[in-house]
Design a protein around this ligand. Structure first.
Ligand code: C2E
Ligand code: MG
Ligand code: MG
Length: 379
């Protein structure tokens, strides 16, 4: 079209623009080649997930689609579609892959311009769902669709609520309440957990200060994910949250899983000691389900072991689980930790935990996680 209307010289310009826009989206080592007139092939290596190809295709289609002014002054618009194949799933050699990429492209064009399609319909659907979910999650941060719920932690000997775990909830306008089990893993994979986690921390400290001013002496626990440990400056983030809210460091607890602790062990040990020096408490979440290398128990400055719900569930019916719980409590006591039983739902479990000397429990027996106002009523 451009060649016909504006001449061949003008036609070279959009090709240069396309080349620029493609390169701006690609990483070092990605390959781009021009197959023919207006057809290009992009080869991406080491994708962590199949839907990453769809995301890049979407970005490229958007980048290419931005309006462009020719040096003659005319505005042009470049539309594009993409067909995606995965190696080795969709072909064993280049000719088979290209052939199937063509078929995928054909499907994309049949659906309308500016669309990508994988070789199989299932993958297309999966990738589009996944990318849409991520877009919603990003928007949820901007639109503040998150809320913190609080689940009481009960001191077994006295029956008093001594603290709470902060658990995030997402009220999505389209999907309703989305469980953290569903969106936290995706937030971790995409790195969005950094922002989300920081928001939870700030919100919890803000709320904690209000309760403290009302005279409630509570320890509030916030979950940290492995991704945060790897990529965030946690001591700085915590310091800022405490400063902003006026919430005292020794009323804040951070929960880490065993697997989060085991990565980059040296740095993590150092970081946790720095936090501890400020008075912040540390809990091991889901204890007994991760690497369970006991050597770290003496290297990390730990305050609380949270026995995973799966061991608590079958008390008092499953002898093995009871033996494990008994052993964790005894070990925790000997090492000077507090021990908390997660997911405690029934009276018999509490009786058992009490007899074994467990410090605290958290579970539906007292209350599920509830919004701040409801938690205040529990207090
Ligand atoms: P978690 O940290 O181990 O939290 C405990 C989970 O067990 C919570 O699920 C809680 O509602 C549930 N639970 C507590 N007591 C009982 C019980 O008696 N019975 C049963 N069936 N369940 C009980 P929830 O709120 O769905 O959170 C799931 C997981 O999502 C959490 O596991 C945590 O790993 C993650 N998560 C939640 N909020 C955050 C957050 O702000 N940041 C990060 N990084 N992860 C979070
Ligand atoms: Mg937790
Ligand atoms: Mg847990």
């Amino acid at each position: 079209h451009i060649n016909d209307i504006y001449g061949h010289i003008a036609g070279d310009e959009p090709r240069q623009v396309v080349a620029q826009r493609f390169s701006s989206r690609l990483r070092e080592g990605d390959i781009i080649s021009r197959l023919g007139g207006d057809e290009f092939a992009v080869v991406l290596e080491h994708l962590s997930r199949p839907e990453d190809a769809g995301r890049l295709a979407e970005e490229m289609i958007a980048a290419l689609g931005a309006e462009y002014r020719l040096s003659s002054g005319a505005m042009i618009h470049i539309g594009s579609s993409a067909g995606i194949v995965l190696f080795p799933d969709h072909g064993e050699d280049s000719s088979e892959l290209l052939q199937h990429a063509d078929a995928a492209l054909y499907k994309a064009k049949a659906e309308g311009r500016g669309i990508y399609h994988y070789y199989t319909d299932e993958l297309t659907a999966l990738a589009r769902q996944r990318i849409e979910f991520e877009t919603r999650l990003r928007r949820a941060i901007v639109n503040q669709e998150f809320e913190v719920y609080y689940q009481p932690q009960v001191h077994i000997a006295t029956g008093r609520i001594v603290g709470a775990e902060a658990l995030i909830r997402w009220n999505c306008p389209e999907r309703g309440r989305v469980s953290p089990v569903e969106f936290i893993p995706i937030a971790e994979e995409t790195g969005l957990i950094g922002e989300i986690g920081e928001w939870v921390l700030n919100e919890t400290c803000r709320q904690g200060k209000i309760w403290l001013d009302q005279g409630h002496r509570l320890t509030l626990a916030v979950n940290l994910s492995a991704h945060q440990v790897r990529h965030q400056n946690i001591p700085l983030m915590v310091e800022n949250a405490l400063k902003k809210s006026g919430y005292p460091a020794d009323r804040l607890e951070l929960e880490l899983t065993e697997s989060a602790l085991m990565q980059r062990e040296e740095e993590t040990v150092e970081m946790l000691h720095a936090l501890r020096a400020h008075g912040i408490r540390l809990a091991i979440d889901d204890f007994g389900t991760g690497y369970s290398s006991l050597s770290y128990l003496k290297r990390f400055p730990i305050d609380v072991l949270k026995i995973d719900k799966s061991f608590v569930d079958d008390i008092p019916f499953e002898n093995d689980d009871m033996a494990i719980v008994t052993a964790i409590i005894a070990m925790g006591q000997a090492l000077g930790f507090q021990v908390l039983a997660e997911g405690t739902e029934r009276e018999e479990q509490i009786a058992f935990l009490k007899e074994k000397g467990c410090t605290m429990y958290q579970g539906y027996f007292k209350s599920p996680p509830v919004p701040a106002e409801a938690f205040e009523k529990l207090l």
